[in-house]
Design a protein around this ligand. Sequence first.
Ligand SMILES: [Zn+2]
Length: 80
Amino acid sequence: MPLCPYCNREPKEIPEYVELANRLEMSPAEYVRMDEGTYHLQTDLFCCTDCYIKQGLPLNTDLIHAFRRYRAKVLEFERR
Ligand SMILES: [Zn+2]
């Protein structure tokens, strides 16, 4: 399931995506995977609009670094 690592919310928990997905008759997760500009396939992470603004409109390359670090940390944790 796609996740915003900044607020730990899935698309279905974010009203903006729920509404857009409903309009297109798809699930919020499908919507994010298809249409969210910050969505990163390899990590299955994205940055929701609220967090994007709070982070100061980061570049996609910066987001991808953050996503990779986040996933690496989770993997480390799961191995313990
Ligand atoms: Zn967020």
